[in-house]
Design a protein around this ligand. Structure first.
Ligand code: MG
Length: 258
């Protein structure tokens, strides 16, 4: 009887330790390193959902005629010509094919697909634009689309620009908003009312004390883009909360070994 109680106690301790320390995985630009997928494609979102990661990240821009679209780079290639996303109308951007043959998606299409996801959250990155007014228009339109679909509790926002994170904070006070640029301390971010930081893993490796400082302020810590076993193990050791990666299955495997 006594032995049973000890076993149960050990099990509870083991389980609770695992639950506290477990890192969550975010698929960077979706789960794209797999057959039939491509960065920021709708397929990459659905594949991220199929492997049950915490989140799937996507980058968003505003077309010249004011339509939010999903793409990472500021430019895309169309018929051998480089075009700038924010200077190009949607009708032209729709001629762009991703490497898996998909048409470059609008954010509306992306969110409609996301509504069918049952596991993953969506982490939307607002890309830095040439004008503040355009950034405001993008944040306003995307956050409105999220709310119209009732998806606000499943969506988080990230940006390198202070202007963008403050704008997202103001437009959706309940949303988790993270800052990417690596130059502000947890104390600074707390004053801004942000959920935490989402910094390059090298920043966090140099300032490991920021992880505990953030946790003491009730913030969460995310790191990008962590792809090698060495860096993944290092970030797990620093007790970050989220690991953003191009290798979600590798991170899963390493977490399971811990
Ligand atoms: Mg991104």
């Amino acid at each position: 009887m006594k032995r049973n109680a000890t076993t149960i106690l050990l099990f509870i301790l083991l389980f609770s330790t695992t639950a506290v320390n477990a890192q969550q995985i975010i698929a960077h630009r979706g789960y794209w390193k797999t057959d039939g997928s491509a960065q920021n494609s709708i397929t990459a979102l659905m594949k991220a959902d199929s492997i049950s990661v915490y989140g799937s990240e996507v980058d968003v821009w505003l077309s010249s005629d004011g339509v939010p679209v999903a793409n990472h780079d500021a430019t895309v290639m169309l018929n051998g010509v480089k075009i700038t996303v924010e200077e190009t109308p949607l009708s032209t951007l729709r001629q762009v094919k991703l490497s898996n043959g998909e048409t470059l998606p609008t954010v509306e299409e992306y969110l409609d697909a996301f509504a069918a996801c049952s596991h993953t959250r969506l982490i939307i990155e607002f890309k830095t634009h040439s004008q503040k007014e355009r950034e405001e228009e993008l944040a306003r339109k995307v956050i409105k689309m999220v709310h119209e679909r009732g998806l606000q509790e499943k969506v988080e926002y990230i940006a390198f620009g202070i202007h963008f994170v403050l704008q997202a904070r103001q437009l959706d006070p309940q949303a988790a908003v993270y800052y990417l640029n690596g130059d502000l301390s947890p104390g600074d971010l707390s004053v801004m009312g942000l959920a935490g930081f989402d910094y390059h893993h090298s920043v966090v490796a140099k300032k490991p004390e920021w992880v505990q400082a953030a946790h003491e302020l009730g913030q969460m810590v995310n790191v990008w883009t962590v792809n090698t076993p060495e860096d993944i193990r290092k970030m797990i050791g620093l007790k970050v909360d989220f690991i953003t990666t191009d290798e979600p299955l590798l991170v899963k495997e390493i977490l399971q070994q811990q």
